[in-house]
Each structure stands twice: as structure tokens, then as C-alpha cells.
Write a protein that binds this ligand. Structure first.
Ligand SMILES: [Fe+2]
Length: 234
């Protein structure tokens, strides 16, 4: 499982070594994909397949969306999987559970989240192998959120309103976090990460507009457990 690190073993210089960790990927989606996603969000909203009972979030409105002819999976997800395999060497699985390398993957769950002010999504992880989040509409800016009077006495680094945050363990086993200070600039941004990577969404304030994101989970084709209670985003 060890990854080859880029080190000069003969150098007399002091080298700083960062042990390998499992990465995640970020990409801004091209307009044609963003347009497609809005199209299927609108269709899904009409049908309103209720996903809420399957999700960990405390947001008011989540519903399933349909990837027509697997367009998004083929055009965006597969290149992301290929890139992840290229940089990580393998899928994000625990040791020795990799299936037959020819085993297919598929987009098992795909849904949109409409989040309104004061709502939040507590720390959680997803089912499956790979997961992603796409920020479609961010109706606020973190830089404005932290100026709100209720945060006046909070240290700047602790002001998290409106953030998206990952958690992971460092070499001491300590939990670290990595946060996105979201604003409309992030619209169309996609984080593509191992499904087990813990993350959360903090509440935002001061606007009645909705925050819209898309999430998805990619599973091995041969091995997903049956859908149903408990197999959503927890
Ligand atoms: Fe999530």
C-alpha cells in the first residue's frame, strides 16, 4: 500500500517529509455541465422524490435527480475517478478490499439540496466509494458573514458561518479541518472525495435566498447494498 515519495536519499540538505495521505480533488465545472445540472435539478424539483429521510442533514429540502443517459457520470465523474487513481494509485478503499480492477462503478445516489438560512448539515460521511459536492448557488459571501454583529467577539479563525468543512486525521491521529470560505465565486466548483471523508456545512445568516448544492455517491457496480433506510448520506 505504500506510496513512493519524491525524496532525494543522497542529499545532505535537511528535507521536510510530508507522509502520504489520501487526497481529494477539486474542479470548476464548465458552463455546459452547470447548465445541464440546473436542467436536471429543475426536473427533480418537480418530481420531488423525497430524500430527506435518508440524509443526515438538517436542511429543509433535498430531492433525487436523474443523470440522463449517464451524461454527467461519463463526462465528469469518470475523468475524476481516473485522475484520483492516477494520483492515489488506487480507489479509496481500505487495505485489500479492492475488487476486480475491471469492476464497474456507477452513480448510485444523486441528489440536490436546497438549504435556507440557519439550516446546517452536521459532520457526516457518505456511503459508497467516491462522493462529490457541487456548489450550484451560494447566496452569501463568507467575508460578509463573518462581519455580522453576533460574531463580533469571536476570533476570526473561529468564524465559520457559511463554510463547507472537511475533517481528517493527521500523523498524530489528531483531527484537523480544512474549510472553504464560500462565496458566489465557488459556484460550479466540485469537490470529489473519498466517501468516508467527514464533512459538514455551517449555517448562513441574513438572506432569504436559497443555497443550492448537488451531492452524489459512486459505488462499485457489483457490490452496493440495497437502497433504503440508512443508505443515504450517513
Ligand atoms: Fe455530505
Amino acid at each position: 500500500m505504500g506510496k513512493q515519495m519524491n525524496m532525494d536519499y543522497d542529499s545532505y540538505e535537511v528535507q521536510t517529509i510530508y507522509p502520504p495521505i489520501t487526497p481529494y480533488l477539486y474542479k470548476k465545472l464548465e458552463k455546459k455541465y452547470v447548465d445541464y445540472l440546473w436542467k436536471i435539478i429543475k426536473k427533480g424539483k418537480k418530481q420531488k422524490e423525497e430524500y430527506k429521510h435518508r440524509l443526515a442533514g438538517n436542511v429543509s429540502n433535498s430531492f433525487g435527480i436523474v443523470d440522463e443517459k449517464e451524461y454527467f457520470f461519463n463526462e465528469v465523474c469518470i475523468p475524476m475517478i481516473q485522475k484520483f487513481r492516477e494520483v492515489n494509485g488506487e480507489d479509496p478503499v481500505r487495505n485489500f478490499v479492492t475488487l476486480n480492477p475491471t469492476c464497474r462503478l456507477f452513480l448510485h445516489e444523486f441528489w440536490a439540496n436546497y438549504q435556507y438560512k440557519h439550516e446546517f448539515n452536521p459532520p457526516h460521511w457518505h456511503g459508497g466509494l467516491y462522493s462529490f459536492v457541487i456548489w450550484m448557488k451560494i447566496p452569501y459571501s463568507w467575508h460578509e458573514q463573518i462581519q455580522l454583529p453576533q460574531f463580533e467577539t469571536t476570533k476570526i479563525n473561529d468564524r465559520k458561518a457559511g463554510m463547507f468543512e472537511f475533517e481528517y486525521s493527521d500523523t498524530r491521529g489528531e483531527t484537523r479541518s480544512l474549510s472553504y470560505q464560500l462565496s458566489p465565486d465557488f459556484e460550479g466548483g466540485m469537490c470529489f472525495f473519498p466517501a468516508w471523508m467527514r464533512h459538514s456545512v455551517y449555517p448562513f445568516f441574513g438572506t432569504d435566498e436559497e443555497r443550492v448544492s448537488i451531492s452524489g455517491n459512486i459505488w462499485y457496480k457489483d457490490g452496493p447494498p440495497p437502497s433504503g433506510e440508512g443508505f443515504g448520506s450517513k
